[in-house]
Design a protein around this ligand. Structure first.
Ligand code: NI
Length: 185
């Protein structure tokens, strides 16, 4: 196991579609996933795609602790998806605030399908599927975009909603933004 360097926005590896994995049970795929898990926890983050550590293969990992999922939704255990596929289950998209280890210090409001089904191969070579809503669905879409060569700013519809993490407090609490404006006036 090793902590790998994380590619940052602008590196061509992040802009290219990744290749399908021929054998999800191959030892080199398990070794890749071990490194992805260690790298994700070290960063720290809740998701990572293989191209983010310079490996152009269709492998993503993610998890969601209880405090990160929507109210009423269950925490998501560490999940490995090889050659994943997403199917939207509703026409509705909702805005989600996202961050990305390849786009440090920023956050953006991104339209995402509210309800999806996703599937992929596990390291045991078995296909499995889940349904997801809200933030869980958003994380899966974010990670799967990485293997299509898409970063979240490319999905945004209004770049006025791209902000530094340190200034995000003004979006969570508009009153704070008003107070600051008053101070400056
Ligand atoms: Ni990302």
């Amino acid at each position: 196991m090793a902590i790998r360097k994380i590619a940052r926005m602008g590196h061509p590896i992040l802009a290219k579609p990744a290749k399908p994995v021929a054998d999800p049970t191959a030892p080199h795929i398990r070794a890749l996933v071990d490194d992805m898990i260690e790298t994700m926890h070290d960063a720290p983050g809740i998701g990572l795609a293989a191209p983010q550590i310079y490996v152009p293969l269709r492998v993503v990992i993610f998890y969601m602790p209880q405090h990160r999922v929507d109210a009423g939704e269950e925490a998501v255990p560490l999940t490995v998806l090889v050659n994943p596929v997403i199917t939207p289950l509703s026409d509705e998209k909702i805005g989600q605030w996202e961050a990305c280890l390849s786009v440090p210090d920023l956050r953006g409001l991104v339209p995402r399908w509210e309800h999806i089904r996703y599937g992929g191969y596990g390291l045991d070579g078995k296909w499995f599927e889940r349904e997801a809503r809200g933030k869980h669905a958003g994380v899966v879409q974010h990670e799967c975009d990485h293997i299509e060569g898409q970063l979240y700013p490319q999905r945004m519809t209004n770049l006025a909603d791209l902000v530094f993490q340190s200034e995000f407090k003004y979006r969570e609490n508009p009153e704070l933004a008003k107070a600051v404006l008053k101070e400056k006036a």
